[in-house]
Design a protein around this ligand. Structure first.
Ligand SMILES: [Ca+2]
Ligand SMILES: [Ca+2]
Length: 315
């Protein structure tokens, strides 16, 4: 018997369901309708991109971060514990359980790279302007250094494909990245296991910085998005920002019960499939800011609280 159930809510032509199954009761929380004040706050912030704590962004290089790897951080090869044990983490939801027999399971991943920040409005806008892509107008109206939102799963992948091609061809691309992409690595969304390892590392911590919720480390239980990298988090694994909160982040994994197995993604894929998103958003409580939380949404869903970040992986 499944440990969780997926319920889909019809909402005009789109379905969006954030699926969070509690220990005893499967529940669905549908996050909807943000006040116009949230949107107004984002639209008012039209200042040029601020370096903030991030070292700035490169206008002549697709607004990627100004560092030697364009903001991509290596996550070394190795094993981590995926899933949650309610004996350690009382806020764990039932869909974070590894299997009927075990609470958590070991996943061994080869090395990969993941972006330090969520993809920004400026980065996504560069794609829309260069290609004429028919994105939701709301996706490019926020402040340029805030995370892009109102992007569907499909659109996130379209952006990744475009950026991969640009970085393969651009003279400004760091040699390491160019060699990876020309050697067959792909610039795409992280899968669910990559995302969770990048968020919580290998020591079993609940949040990216440790086991206790900290409002000074991430944007959750708040009113709106913040510029990417706004929260200083020296304890965060791999130096990544906003893995907790700010916006939920699409992954390339279909929503299936654990254990995590990327080999059955395609064979069990139906038209009704939902796709996993991770990390919670600015509007979520601390329980959704945990690294093991598994949300899911329709691939066509465009919402003010869903964005993404990128990974470079050998697929
Ligand atoms: Ca996030
Ligand atoms: Ca799978």
């Amino acid at each position: 018997m499944s440990y969780f159930s997926v319920i889909k809510i019809s909402l005009k032509t789109l379905r969006v369901a954030l699926v969070l199954a509690s220990v005893n009761i499967a529940c669905v929380i549908v996050l909807e309708v943000f006040t116009s004040s949230v949107l107004a706050q984002q639209a008012d912030s039209t200042a040029s991109i601020s370096p903030r704590k991030s070292g700035g962004f490169l206008a002549d290089n697709f607004y990627l971060p100004n560092d030697s790897m364009l903001g991509f951080v290596e996550v070394p090869a190795g094993t981590f514990q995926m899933g949650s044990n309610p004996l350690i983490d009382p806020m764990a939801f039932e869909n974070e359980r590894w299997s009927e027999a075990r609470r958590q399971g070991a996943v061994d991943l080869p090395p990969f790279y993941i972006s330090r920040y969520e993809v920004t409005v400026a980065q996504f806008s560069a794609f829309v302007e260069a290609t004429g892509y028919r994105a939701d107008p709301m996706s490019i109206q926020g402040a340029p250094d805030h995370p892009v939102s109102y992007v569907s799963w499909t659109e996130a992948l379209a952006y990744a494909r475009w950026l991969e091609l640009q970085l393969k061809e651009s003279a400004h691309t760091p040699t390491v990245i160019k060699e990876l992409l020309q050697g067959g690595w792909r610039l795409t969304l992280p899968d669910e296991a990559q995302w969770e390892k990048a968020a919580r590392g290998t020591d079993g911590r609940i949040y990216p910085w440790g086991n206790q919720p900290r409002k000074d480390r991430a944007n959750y239980s708040g009113a709106t998005t913040t510029a990417v990298g706004s929260f200083n988090c020296p304890e965060c694994v791999y130096g990544l920002s906003d893995m907790s909160g700010n916006v939920w982040e699409w992954t390339r994994s279909p929503y299936q019960s654990l254990p995590f197995d990327p080999n059955d993604d395609r064979e069990s894929l139906s038209e009704e499939a939902l796709w996993v998103m991770r990390g919670g958003a600015f509007s979520d409580a601390e329980s959704n800011a945990r690294s093991a939380v598994r949300g899911a949404a329709d691939p066509g869903a465009r919402r003010p609280f869903i964005g993404f970040r990128l990974a470079i992986s050998r697929l």
